[in-house]
Ligand binder design. Sequence first.
Ligand SMILES: [Zn+2]
Length: 382
Amino acid sequence: MSVWDDLPGQGKTITALSRAVAEGSPSHAWLFTGPPGSGRSNAARAFAAALQCTVPDAANRGCGQCKACVTVLAGTHPDVALISTEKVNYQIDDVRELITKAQDRPSTAPWRVIIVEDADRMTERTTNVLLKSIEEPPPHTIWILCAPSPADVLVTIRSRCRSVSLSVPTRAAVAELLVRRDGLSEAQADFAARIAQSHIGIARRLARDEDARRRRDRTVRMPLRLRGVADAVMAAAELVDLSTAEATAAATERAEAEAAALRTALGLDADAPVPPQQRSQFKALEENAKRRARRSTHDALDRSLIDLTTFFRDVLMLQLNSGTELVNDYLADDLRSYAAASRPEATVAKIDAIAEARTRIGANVAPLLAVEAMMVALRPAK
Ligand SMILES: [Zn+2]
């Protein structure tokens, strides 16, 4: 077992990162890039864990079992900060606070590691504040910035970071992870990897949680029952409700898993009371979970819209006779009759309508409003 186990299909990246750890003098600024679901923040956490790992032999750092590894992965290591924003952009004051934190010497570990998720959500002015600290970092501080692609951060930042790019894992690599780690059957794992389009975290949830699968299924079938405007309004309300339920369930599952991992790390039984000197660690975990929950509702709705897009993507593939595999292969009959009853141009317009709703929600339009307008546009043409 090691901290790298959950990064399917990233062999080359893992080799490079392990080498950087083993050599003992890693760069002070890193830029991890990869599309959502490729595991870029997991990779950043794994790297942070390996940097802090207490195994004596540097070549084996990232053991996944020592207290440093476990607490970094659980998000409670005192010298590793994982920063994300619930807002569209980072606030300049948040970044100033980070930079102050970066000046502190680590309390126990060799490094102070600061992981910035969504480094693409920084305005130029905010980035310039960060730049100074990245140019002249304190000797014990390591910055890890995460973004979808190198082009998403300013060139001034990019040029000062060592770049690590993660690729989208293949469906087979994701399925293999689900079989090995989560004990799923090959058929279950392959199905989940396919409908999640190789997004690791989503695939795992769908594979393990029947309710999550049911919610996704309700979502992708929605176009099949849209007729009048009234249907569209009802479907919009249902989509928002399903996303909220999914966000709550996903956040609860993750919080429970983190608490369980922390108990294991601290050697506490599942039901044992937490001793006073360790309560602050559990408290930090709860704070993280609350912060994430606020953001996860938005993310879950966005994911539902991506799921809905897969319906029309499949319809388009059938209409164009492309021979490409269907994401929602299990709905092949419904998809075929839907495809036969409409034209590719109409399908493209529907895909655009979903994309527009995603953009509007990203720009803070009330979700229900944006989704209603979209559902109206998704009705089949007469
Ligand atoms: Zn370790």
